[in-house]
Each structure stands twice: as structure tokens, then as C-alpha cells.
Design a protein around this ligand. Sequence first.
Ligand SMILES: [Zn+2]
Length: 331
Amino acid sequence: MKSCRLCNQSFISNWSSKDAKSGESLQMALCGACGLVQQTQLPTDEELRIYYSHHYREDYKATHKPKLKYVARAGNAAKDRLAFIERAGIQSAGRQLLDIGAGGGEFCYLASRAGFEVGGIEPHQGYSEFARDEYGVDIQTCGIADLQARQADVVTLFHVIEHMARPTEAVRKIWSVLVEDGHLVIEVPNIHQADASPHNIYFKAHLFYYSRFSLMAAVSQFFELICVEDEGNLFMAFRKRAQPLSQMILPTQAQIKMTADRLSRKGWVEYLTVGGGLKKPFKRLTKIGQELLIGRARPRVVLDQVWESSRNYKPAYLMLVVGLGYFAWTW
Ligand SMILES: [Zn+2]
């Protein structure tokens, strides 16, 4: 029988699921020691390398480079991420930030506007080229295993660690590139949240599904927690330990039971009631309306607008975009 990819202990439950996107069979398990929810039959390192350098973005966004509406979405997400970094008390001015899995470079560009000296790595050829050409940001085309030695004050991993088949090796590498007292900032989907549509869970590209407890365990040998927010996606900020611990710090059995209980409640009923699923079509309409206003600007101009705009849309403006959205929807 297979054991946990993170802590090597045995599973407390195994179940057979379907990939929510492709319908293919997917074997899932919950680890009884670290609480990590995971696929039990992981692709090989080579399969993952080829997938992320060539196919991943095309599978999910049907494109070799980001469309403007994705640029705007990524810009808004980047703003939220920078706001979290500020709330976590991490200084930006003149500090070196390394973004791992930089995608189309939107976060890197806005982080540089926030005062960071920014670099990134991204395995996808098309997206990393796009980031260099459009925003002039310093992004290497590679995965973390090929990351050249460079020093950073802050490393960011936004929706990346759930794709990494060897999280402990990745975290060790990040520890080694960070300066003394350097920071690691992670955002992942939150397995404890009710707002993930059953359409989005589980699927092949997400090898692991983290909670605040299992993510804490995953980095615990190398980092200590300084800030966590888990109202929606899970945001966690950590400080580098001076020396790694010899073993990871595991969650309590009560915390693992919380994850087991959450899993048993997941499904359409929970999503549509407490998960806010009924409101999603309206939110989507508003988003479509806002995106219609983007027009044909250059990506950099779109990001500058996102950066300079207030996120608090006024009611009249909201009515206008909802109206436009409805018009586009029914057209
Ligand atoms: Zn485990």
C-alpha cells in the first residue's frame, strides 16, 4: 500500500473519485498523520515537467498567452496578494522578491510597482515570454528544480504548491535561496472552504489539497508561521528558520479530524447553501460586465488601471456593468 507523499505515514481513508474536469478516475486519500488530502497515483516528474512547460495553460485557458480578461483578473488577484503581504508586515521597498510559477507576470509587474525588486520563474514557454515582452520583468523559463542560485528576501508561491509533486524538496530549495529572516508567502485553494464548486474538486492538476494545518506541516521544518488568513483561499506567510528542524511538526489528531469531517460534508448541497454557490452566476455576470469595459488596451495599461483603481465600485457603476453584462450574456 502507498503512503503519504509528504510525511510517509499511512492513509486513514482512501476513496475513488472522478476528475471534475475530464471525468477520468482519480484515486484520492487522506493522510492520518499530516492531514494532507492527495492523489495516490502521481504522475512522474518527467510527465509533470512536460505538462507544465507546454500543456497546462492551454488545458485551462485555451491559449498560449493570456487574454486581456485574464490579465485583468490576474491583476486584481495580484493586488489582493500584495495587500496580504502588507498585512503580514512584510516590507516591500527595495527588497528582492522571487515569484515561483509567475504565469503571465502580472503579479511580478504589480509587485515592482509596489516597490519590490522582482524576479520570477515560470515553466511555460509562452507565458514567460509574454511576461518578459509585455512587462519587461525578469522571468526565467524553468521549474523550481532548475532554479539558478539567486538570493531573495521574499519568495511567493501563488496557487503553485498544490501542483508540486515533491513539496518538501521545493520548500527546502526555497529555504536555501532566502536570506536570513527571509519570508515565504503561499496562497492555495483551501480544502476547508465550502465555496469550491464540486465542478472544481477534485482534478488531476491539483496533486494535493491543503488546509492551514497540512500546509503548516509541509513547511514546518524550514519555516515558522507569522500570518494566516483562511476566509476564502488560504493565505499564509512564514519566516525562515535559522536552522531546519530534524522533523516536521504534525497537526493534532483533532485538526486532522476537522479535515475528515469537512470532506464528508463536501458536495452540491453544501456548496449551494453555505458555500454561496447560488450567488455565483450574479458574480459572474458582474465580472463579464467589468471585463467588457477593458477594450483593447495593452496588457501593461490594463494592469496600470487595475493598480490605480479603487476596488470599491460605486453602486451606479456596478449597475452599469451588470446591465452591460446582462446584455452581453443574452446577445
Ligand atoms: Zn502525511
